[in-house]
Design a protein. Structure first.
Length: 314
């Protein structure tokens, strides 16, 4: 005769053990709190941050030295290699502003004209070319796109001689046209590729819906695609601004009149081959020329990161 108090199976015994817990009997054990990083992890994080700070200091040291040198007299700039100032020579900025044949604001204005023309040219031409490669279907589309990408690897110095001969024959040397007009022809393949990648990420359903409503390619591009390309357009604007503002070689080739000099060519005029160079004024005006680039990067940093991330270019 079996004892009725003995459970028939381990499963029933486990069920009976769970009943008191469900009715407020036995309480479950408290869960352990997650521990913070251990001593080794903290030391590793501290060393990593120290290495990053030292690397950042090494990278920013030349800029800090240039700022300090712009506030020193010419005779002690290279005798005091540090960044700590013992004297404060603010006259370098006023002297450098009027040291050349024209006030420095003339060269800033010339660079601004060239930069504005290049930005407008790249935004208009590169966006239209990118829409054609991303949305239109035409013969030799893939070979043309591959040929366009090959121009990225073509050095600028290879085409500078035929370009100079062509612009010289039409009388454009010593004008801003050789620096601006090529941008109107979508010659910067990097920006075309960037915008193509961005447009390919836009669903084609929006194009098809607009086409059903009777919109053509011009309307689809202007009212649907273009407003959605703001991150890519902002990235193109920032890169064009920085590259054009700092472009020395092209301006040196095509501009010979001092009244037409851009900022990089004007800064070169401070360096004299005879050794009597005004280094303090040069560094002072270099700081002035860096301010627009610094401000442009701060203002467009968010769009720059977003534009590059959304196009898949790392």
């Amino acid at each position: 005769m079996t004892n009725p108090t003995i459970t028939d199976s381990p499963t029933r015994a486990a069920d009976q053990d769970l009943v008191p817990a469900q009715h407020g009997g036995a309480q479950s054990a408290p869960q352990p709190k997650p521990r913070g990083p251990g001593p080794r992890a903290r030391i590793r994080s501290l060393l990593k941050h120290l290495a990053l700070i030292l690397t950042g200091g090494v990278m920013i040291y030349p800029l800090l030295w240039m700022v300090a040198s712009s506030l020193r007299p010419d005779d002690i700039i290279f005798r005091e290699p540090g960044i700590l100032l013992q004297t404060l020579e603010t006259a370098n900025y006023s002297d450098g502003w009027g040291a050349l044949s024209n006030p420095f604001n003339v060269y800033l204005f010339n660079s601004a004209v060239v930069v504005l023309g290049c930005i407008v040219g790249n935004l208009v031409s590169c966006s239209m070319a990118a829409y054609a490669f991303a949305r239109l279907e035409f013969r030799f589309k893939k070979p043309a796109f591959a040929l366009m990408l090959l121009t990225i690897m073509l050095p600028f110095h290879v085409v500078i001689v035929p370009q100079y001969i062509m612009f010289s024959q039409i009388g454009w040397v010593n004008t801003f046209w050789p620096l601006i007009v090529p941008k109107l022809l979508a010659t910067d393949a990097f920006f075309v590729f960037l915008m193509v990648q961005f447009i390919r990420g836009i669903p084609k359903d929006m194009d098809e819906a607009a086409r059903i409503d009777g919109a053509g390619h011009a309307r689809i591009f202007g009212q649907i695609i273009l407003p959605m390309m703001v991150p890519a357009l902002a990235t193109t604007t920032i890169f064009t601004f920085i590259w054009t503002w700092n472009d020395f070689f092209s301006a040196l080739i095509y501009l010979t009149d001092p009244n037409m000099f851009t900022v990089p060519v004007a800064l070169r005029a401070f360096v004299d081959a005879t050794g009597e160079s005004s280094w303090g004024s040069l560094f002072a005006m270099s700081i002035v020329s860096l301010l627009p680039v610094f401000i442009a990067f701060l203002v467009g940093q968010k769009f720059l990161v977003k534009g590059i991330a959304t196009t898949g270019i790392k």
